[in-house]
Ligand binder design. Structure first.
Ligand code: PLP
Length: 380
């Protein structure tokens, strides 16, 4: 039986809600499902204010706008992330500065981040890899001490928390994604959380995502005319997508629970291979973190071993995949002046990490099939 890396999970209500959205007459942005999604997220995250965006990437770009990031500014982020984290900064004419990750969490290494701070640093962007995070309390202390904004790339981390506080609500802004590969999907889509009470910022976000117009205020009856009032773009997702997302959010706790069971089975099976030294590491949930179990990875001692095992699994019909090419080692990172050895730990993770299949509809026996094949591969 073939096991894909990821498989779309449907709760069954998606089609019902899509139909409802179609019949509502509004399939553009800010429809009935969008309102439900925002309300749900504000309550679930205990956030001051949440609005949706067309993608996680656009949520990050909107965060840059709200944070006032611009030419001359530097923004510190781990190199081990998706290009969108850095693109958001580059698109504003600012400079992404890459730091190391902590080997245990694959999230921002705080001492490395600290050593990157200069007079030009305006913000730090922790990336909550796989649904876990760095010590957010210490990171917030550092940011406060050095007067930096914190923009969380929580694209993979909706539903996770640190010390009881939801990820995405620790910093000034939190950015989420509902891309088809995340735990809760709309197809494409994202959201931004503004984590302090600030009506000016909320208004700015609303105007920006509605093409620089006061459409939202107009819809609320606050102004009599709908017109161009500021800079903006088109970041309001179609209500068809929010209908799909709503069907998923309704089942959020069940989805997390299914993933937790699969993750724990992986941990129990793979743990001994790490303890005996066969593997260098695996996914772990750090202390004080409640995870959403976005992924499960193993770390090999060497690149060659990863390639061999990935090939072995593939022959057994199991699709295990690598993750990020560290941004500092990518062609674009090189253009920005980085070399591989600038961040040796991250470079090493980039060469030795392999993600095992984990998707909501997966069965425990499939996890066992994967771990059996993995252990055969390690002994081969
Ligand atoms: C998925 C992801 C993004 C981008 O989200 P999109 O919705 O695909 O634009 C950004 N950062 C990280 C860490 C991601 O995993």
């Amino acid at each position: 039986m073939k096991i894909p890396y990821n498989k779309l999970y449907l709760t069954g209500k998606e089609i019902v809600y899509i139909k409802e959205a179609l019949e509502s007459g509004n399939i553009a942005g800010d429809g009935v499902f969008d309102a439900r999604v925002c309300d749900f997220l504000e309550k679930k995250l205990l956030a001051e204010y949440v609005c949706t965006t067309t993608s996680g990437s656009h949520a990050l770009e909107l965060a840059m706008v709200l944070a006032g990031i611009g030419p001359g500014d530097e923004v510190i982020m781990p190199s081990y992330t998706f290009p969108s984290t850095a693109n958001a900064v580059l698109l504003k004419g600012a400079v992404p500065v890459f730091c190391e990750v902590d080997e245990k969490t694959l999230c921002m290494d705080l001492s490395s981040a600290k050593s990157c701070i200069t007079e030009k640093t305006k913000a730090v962007m922790p990336v909550h890899y796989g649904g876990v995070c760095a010590a957010m309390d210490r990171l917030m202390d550092l940011a406060k001490e050095r007067d930096l904004l914190v923009i969380e790339d929580a694209a993979q981390a909706l539903g996770s928390s640190y010390k009881g506080k939801m990820l995405g609500t620790w910093g000034d802004f939190g950015c989420f994604s509902f891309h088809g590969t995340k735990n809760l999907v709309g197809g494409e889509g994202g959201a931004i959380s503004i984590n302090r009470k600030d009506e000016k910022l909320e208004e700015k976000a609303e105007i920006y995502r509605q093409k620089g117009t006061n459409r939202i205020q107009f819809m609320r009856g606050e102004v009599s005319q709908y017109t161009w009032v500021g800079e903006g773009s088109s970041y309001a997702p179609s209500d068809l997508l929010m209908a799909v997302l709503w069907a998923q959010l309704e089942k959020m706790d069940e989805i997390t629970d299914k993933r937790r069971q699969l993750y724990e089975t992986y941990q129990a099976e793979v743990g001994p291979m790490v303890e005996s030294g066969l593997l260098r590491g695996m996914s772990r949930v750090p202390a004080h973190v409640l995870s959403n179990y976005h992924n499960f990875y193993v770390i090999f001692h060497e690149l060659e071993e990863r390639q061999r095992v990935q090939e072995f699994l593939k022959e057994k019909g199991i699709s295990a995949v690598i993750h990020f090419v560290p941004l500092h080692e990518s062609p674009m990172g090189r253009k920005l002046g980085y070399e591989s050895h600038d961040l040796p730990l991250t470079a090493n993770v980039g060469r030795t990490l392999l993600r095992l299949p984990l998707f909501t509809g997966m069965e425990t026996k499939e996890v066992l099939q994967v771990t059996k094949a993995l252990s055969e591969a390690m002994e081969a």
